[in-house]
Design a protein around this ligand. Structure first.
Ligand code: FMN
Ligand code: EPS
Length: 370
């Protein structure tokens, strides 16, 4: 299994949804950082399921720092964060242990691990594993914040309901990011919120699920970060964002919208404002040649509808090789997208800290000497 991402700021993910615990080891954490407890707890809170629009599994998601923290500050040693599981209903999975849930990882994992994988709750493939990613991401977000870099993600589209986009005016966009980062349901145009929540509830009541599109903006990223070709910021971010279950697509800036445009319509022309080089538009999402150009980094992520739905489906028993009728019991998210938004922020932050470290070194982030 490949469970580590990052070059200098490295995240190793472990655990299973119905095992004793899940967690991360975060290596390359600069020393002397005092964890902002309020920000940390807030990030964990944003991922937690609430109400009827999320899974009914209720975990405490308390993060235990096992190492790397001394007298409230990071020591520079690997930071191991552990989250105990407590609300598993493993019997829900016993009956379907050899049946592939359509669009989930069961069949593929069974082939790869020869049936030894923990099938309960999707095991290591569960969305539950995003809790430790958010814990690691909270530290990355704090590190970026201290350097004036902010990240925000909102539900741009839920099924067919569309939210406004981030403002093209940087100060206004910064304000929007601050606002959405406080919201449990991340949306720019509040008038759309009830419709979206209702759509998720309708999906749940009809034993179905919905997906959508997240839009992410990073402001304050300095120009000149990233590498050409293989380690472009686009590839690094994509690698990280695709580690989130249910993500099926990502586009930067105008992305697929470039397909029917003329260059003269979409080229980002440069200009100098108050001595700073900026672009008039940002169709390239703040990245040229794989390297940041100082404009906001903009990308969209498609999150598919949750695969485990209660509606009757056709599948197979991969042991007996028989066709079977499947009705999934259990406590699943009728939509993932509103919880995934903070996971996207987290994975983006982890990636960008890593990219910044490669350019400026770890000392750039280190706390004041005692
Ligand atoms: C926060 C979060 C919650 C999720 N909840 C569920 C769930 O309740 N039921 C489910 O079938 N999939 C859920 N998923 C998605 C699965 O983890 C994912 O579909 C599965 O691992 C297969 O990966 P793939 O969809 O990327 O192919 C969730 C994902 C995330 C990020
Ligand atoms: C528990 C969480 O999400 C889980 C993600 C998940 C999946 O298949 O990804 C399936 C469900 O697990 P279970 O069937 O054990 O209730 C969700 O509840 C969480 O995110 O904390």
């Amino acid at each position: 299994m490949k469970n580590t991402i990052g070059n200098l700021f490295r995240v190793t993910l472990f655990g299973e949804s119905h095992g004793e615990a899940i967690g991360v080891v975060l290596d390359g954490v600069p020393a002397g950082i005092e964890i902002d407890k309020e920000l940390f707890d807030h990030q964990m809170f944003l991922r937690k399921p609430k109400g009827t629009i999320s899974t009914q599994r209720r975990e405490k998601d308390e993060v235990n720092f096992v190492s790397g923290l001394f007298e409230d500050k990071t020591t520079g040693a690997p930071c191991c964060m552990l989250i105990y599981n407590g609300d598993q209903h493993s019997q829900d999975y016993l009956k379907i242990k050899d049946v592939a849930r359509p669009s989930h990882a069961d069949y593929a994992a069974n082939v790869k691990y020869g049936g030894f994988q923990d099938y309960r709750g999707g095991g290591h493939f569960s969305g539950r594993l995003t809790a430790p990613l958010v814990a690691a991401g909270a530290i990355a977000i704090q590190i970026l914040k201290e350097k004036g870099i902010t990240i925000g993600t909102h539900v741009k589209q839920l099924h067919t309901i569309v939210d406004d986009s981030f403002s093209t005016e940087i100060e206004e966009c910064k304000k929007q990011i601050e606002e959405i980062n406080q919201k449990e349901f991340s949306i720019i145009n509040e008038d759309k919120k009830e419709d979206m929540i209702q759509r998720i509830d309708e999906a749940r009541m009809s034993l179905d699920a919905v997906g959508g599109v997240l839009e992410t903006c990073v402001i304050g990223m300095p120009a000149g970060i990233g590498e050409p070709a293989f380690d472009s910021i686009e590839s690094r971010l994509s690698h990280a964002i695709f580690s989130i279950g249910a993500v099926k697509g990502i586009e930067f800036g105008l992305g697929f919208g470039f397909k029917d445009k003329m260059s003269s319509e979409v080229n980002d022309e440069f200009e100098v404002i108050d001595g700073n080089i900026v672009t008039k538009t940002n169709n390239n999402g703040g990245i040229n040649g794989g390297i940041s150009n100082g404009m906001p980094i903009l990308f969209k992520t498609v999150v598919k509808p949750t695969s485990s739905i209660a509606k009757h489906q056709k599948s197979v028993n991969f042991n007996t090789k028989e066709n079977v009728d499947l009705e999934i019991k259990g406590r699943h998210d009728p939509a993932i997208i509103h919880r995934a938004r903070v996971v996207v922020d987290s994975m983006a932050a982890i990636t960008l800290v890593d990219c910044l470290m490669e350019r400026y070194g770890m000392v750039w982030f280190q706390g004041e000497k005692k």
